[in-house]
Design a protein around this ligand. Structure first.
Ligand code: CA
Length: 317
């Protein structure tokens, strides 16, 4: 029954590639689960960004196995070589995982695999980019025409609001970590570019009744998998006291907003913004700037989105 339903829904769904630095911040894992729970989206490939490609690929592959979705390809992007244990925030979760035993395809040259996927697609592909983008930039440099077959939906930048809802102080990480790569990506001729900056994505966390419902979903292997990831991650992150959150709230779910924007427009007010990117990684409004995007600049109903996201993650919507 489930197989019939998913086959029927997937036929009308948008083909998606997820460009991600999964296995750093936990929100990428929530975002992967969100995609898998969204019948509007047909995930074809996970492309790793920054750090150790096989480590990131292993976390994605294990989650896909948990979700019984090993039809999704793992595309290994540019790699830094082996990451140190202190930087492997979900490392224990994949300590015994063998990426070579993943039942689906693992592409050692994931950049070429991504190019080939886009070239072979019969319809536009939506690229959901939730990390820095050196692998995407490498694909654009190798095959510039692929951007014209893709929509880009992305979590990055900060226009009027910085981390934690405060003023824009430090530049947003996904921009700062790879500024030249991002300029290359934004300069490509995408069919469309949507961004959720910190102005919107930096305000999302599930707590209270929303989190209680996720925490109690012990019979749901996908949500259990994410919570397991979260429990491994929480005591290992230096930039926040994740452990104090674990039992009553998610951390900030930046990346889930980019996933949502790939298929939904409720709850959000958009602004078309022309801007430039400074060398430090700030995104600055600039009528003469080289880049333009549809920017999710503020929430019309953040609480509504959070309860909607909870239900979506639980497979109720
Ligand atoms: Ca991310």
């Amino acid at each position: 029954m489930m197989a019939c339903l998913s086959a029927a829904s997937l036929s009308a769904a948008t083909p998606v590639v997820l460009s991600t630095d999964i296995a750093g911040d936990i929100d990428d894992t929530w975002a992967l689960a969100h995609i898998l729970r969204s019948p509007e989206l047909d995930l074809k490939m996970v492309l790793t960004e920054t750090g150790e490609a096989r480590y990131r690929g292993s976390v994605a592959a294990k989650m896909l196995e948990v979700a019984e979705r090993s039809d999704v390809d793992i595309a290994l992007g540019l790699t830094s070589g082996v990451m140190e244990d202190k930087d492997r925030h979900q490392g224990p979760w994949v300590a015994d995982y063998d990426l070579d035993a993943y039942p689906g395809s693992v592409h050692e040259d994931g950049i070429q695999a991504f190019i080939d996927l886009v070239r072979a697609a019969d319809e536009p592909v939506t690229v959901i980019a939730i990390g820095p983008v050196p692998s995407l930039a490498a694909a654009i440099e190798r095959a510039p025409a692929i951007a014209g077959k893709c929509h880009l939906t992305s979590m990055r930048g900060a226009f009027d609001t910085g981390y934690g809802g405060g003023p824009v102080d430090a530049p947003e990480y996904n921009v700062r970590a790879a500024v030249p790569a991002l300029r290359t990506v934004f300069d490509a001729g995408w069919k469309s570019i949507k961004i959720t900056p910190l102005d919107t994505c930096g305000l999302v966390a599930l707590d209270g009744e929303n989190y209680r419902r996720l925490w109690n979903a012990v019979d749901d292997p996908v949500i259990r998998g994410v919570i397991e990831n979260y429990a491994v991650w929480a005591p290992r992150v230096p930039w926040m006291d994740g452990l104090s959150l674990l039992t009553h709230s998610t951390s900030t779910l930046f990346d889930d907003v980019a996933v949502y924007m790939a298929y939904g427009d409720d709850f959000i007010e958009y602004e078309t913004i022309r801007f430039h990117i400074t060398d430090e990684g700030h995104t600055i409004r600039d009528p003469q700037g080289p880049h333009e995007a549809e920017v999710a600049i503020r929430w019309t109903d953040l609480a509504g989105f959070e309860s909607w996201l909870t239900a979506r993650l639980l497979g109720e919507l």
